[in-house]
Design a protein around this ligand. Sequence first.
Ligand code: NAD
Ligand code: LMR
Length: 330
Amino acid sequence: MAQTKKPVVVTVTGAAGNIGYATLFRIAAGDMLGADQPVIINMLEIPQAVKAAEGTAMELRDAAFPTLAGLNVYDDANKAFEGCNYALLIGARPRSKGMERADLLEANGGIFGPQGKAINDHAADDVRVLVVGNPANTNAYIAAASAPDVPAERFTAMMRLDHNRAISQLAEKTEAAVADIKKVVVWGNHSADQYPDISFATVGDKAASELVDEEWLDSYFVPTVAKRGAAIIEARGASSAASAGSAAIDHMRSWALGTPEGDWVSVALPSKGQYDIPEGLVYGVPCTSDGGDWKVVEGLDLNAKQKEQLKKNAEAAQAEIETVKKAGIL
Ligand code: NAD
Ligand code: LMR
């Protein structure tokens, strides 16, 4: 396809890591922003991993992607975020077996303040940020707090992997195609307390709630989706990487190119108080995009059980923020 658009700058942190490796080639191939959108990729790593990142950069060049208009490797966040339009903050330590994601707060929280500041000082005015590094919601909160000149809602955390997991489980249970499932939502924090919810979902022309029973939802669906990350660590001895990268691509593509009519996606972004979610908390909600800013789907009628789940999850997310405050990270 002819490249007529001006290149945009995509910054990927943790570029030598597992998710970085799974994600960079797809960004360079045009899967994220379209085959007609040239991209300049800035890869950010810590100094010890720059050599490995340069190896990945060699491979990216060797793939001769028509959409790849430039490629740089940095160990300096100020350079990596210069003119950045899309920032994927992946670089952070993954948890190992037996840990909760919140156990990473002290190890990882300190990464996101300086990166938020570098984004504030150097990124383009239209920058859109996706935090993948765990615990993603709190790290996004830290980054947003460190970037006072960037509208807070441009800092998002990834719920799309949980969203995709929920779709996949529901499709398997109802023997439907993934493409027939609409309006699933995963509320809250990317933690074991998250609330995958099919109350508004449809499977083809039927309400999902007519096709599955409460027992399956409570005892299988919710825990399977919420604890999938731990199940993957247990099975492969390493945390999800390709599915996480794919979800990151989905998140940015939906944001930049829009969501389809009649559907929504789950996005964690700073709350404006909708659904009684405390203001400022980076919390997963259903969102649509027309290619501009995310729009939170408002006015959904929540029953007492849903409200209780949302409240419980907000409390868990707030507890993470208290932890980083006590540790002096924020
Ligand atoms: P990894 O260990 O393979 O790679 C992480 C990379 O980040 C390393 O190369 C490391 O050098 C780099 N890094 C560390 N600090 C950095 C910094 N300050 N700047 C730039 N780079 C830095 O880990 P991974 O498997 O790629 O996972 C990365 C993160 O993503 C982990 O925190 C993991 O838990 C998280 N994750 C989140 C989701 C989600 O849905 N939100 C899904 C999967 C994994
Ligand atoms: C996931 O959900 O797969 C990631 O957040 C990795 C993890 O630690 O579970």
